[in-house]
Design a protein around this ligand. Structure first.
Ligand code: NAD
Length: 292
């Protein structure tokens, strides 16, 4: 298949490399100077897209996706498929998919979970929105770049699934970290806390698979001085998207709103930017009930 790949950053570059390794002919474009073995770089996004059967985008946000889509959609061949794997707001995903359909293209919004490690290993999970026909084109590529793809519904459903999942993740991480900090103050050993909670009703992915306490549970960013992993800044981005969507849909999400406010404080005021999102634990360790 001829594939155009636009946005070859931390996630896009290894995803494109996996498509090349599977035998696809990939032409790429990025604003930055990028070089990937076996990939032909184009001078513009439109040039990367105009001969492609499928164009994959992996971009920072909805505004950039809209700008790139406005450039490439008119240059794509009728019947080609646009697969956006970026995490963006639901409205941008729906609008871009509509523009693609209006131009005679198929469109899928397919944000991922699994991070940079999953992108490199080809073990991402794709959450896809779009028609059955569009998903059928995209699915074999998801199988190369990932280990699971769920067709969540019509356009925007992939982004909806992603932000709901990550709202749960952000809230749960905070709850896990504040519980560890409370356990510390109660004199409860962290390993005992893990042994109990990981096998009791308080268990969660953040406790069992990604424990925020160094030296406890399986290896996680906490064991590597909280180097990401999944950066607090990206968690803040996803929590903001969840609250933007909640606002638009008039959904009451008090825990998501509070998680967003805490990550915002952590990232923008408390030097949490660039740390893993589990670094909420050392943050809580330094605090008391009267901390601002
Ligand atoms: P990144 O910043 O490393 O990569 C984005 C790339 O897009 C950069 O190389 C940048 O130069 C390029 N770009 C920006 N504007 C462009 C334009 N107009 N035309 C062409 N290229 C342009 O980001 P990333 O970590 O690869 O994340 C990409 C997306 O994946 C984001 O939406 C992010 O939320 C999502 N995501 C990231 C992770 C993660 O762990 N990094 C996990 C899941 C989802």
């Amino acid at each position: 298949m001829k594939i155009g790949f636009i946005g070859l950053g931390n996630m896009g570059a290894p995803m494109a490399a996996n498509l090349i390794a599977a035998g696809h002919e990939v032409t790429g474009f990025d604003m930055a100077d990028v070089s990937i073995e076996g990939l032909t770089m184009a001078k513009t996004g439109a040039a990367a897209a105009n001969e492609a059967d499928v164009v994959v985008t992996m971009l920072p946000n909805g505004a950039i996706l809209r700008a790139v889509a406005a450039e490439i959609i008119p240059s794509m061949q009728a019947g080609a498929t646009l697969i956006d794997c970026s995490t963006v707001d639901v409205e941008s995903a729906r609008d871009v998919a509509q523009q693609a359909r209006d131009a005679g293209l198929l469109a899928v919004d397919a944000p991922v979970s699994g991070g940079i490690g999953g992108a490199a290993a080809g073990t991402l999970t794709f959450m896809a929105g779009g028609s059955d026909a569009a998903f059928a084109v995209a699915e074999p590529l998801f199988d190369i770049m990932g280990q699971k793809a769920v067709h969540c519904g019509e356009s925007g459903a992939g982004q909806a699934a992603k932000i709901c999942n990550n709202m749960i993740l952000g809230v749960t991480m905070i709850a896990t970290c504040e519980a560890f900090a409370l356990a510390d103050k109660l004199g409860l050993d962290r390993q005992k806390m893990f042994d109990v909670v990981s096998t009791s009703s308080g268990y969660s992915w953040t406790m069992n698979a990604y424990c925020p306490a160094p030296g406890v549970g399986p290896q996680s960013p906490a064991d590597n001085d909280y180097q990401p992993g999944f950066a607090s800044d990206l968690m803040l981005k996803d929590l903001r998207l969840s609250q933007q969507a909640a606002e638009a849909a008039d959904a009451d999400t008090p825990m998501g709103a509070h998680a967003m406010a805490l990550y915002q404080q952590f990232v923008e005021i408390e030097n949490g930017a660039g740390t893993d999102f589990s670094a909420m634990l050392p943050r809580f360790e330094t605090r008391t009930r009267s901390s601002e």
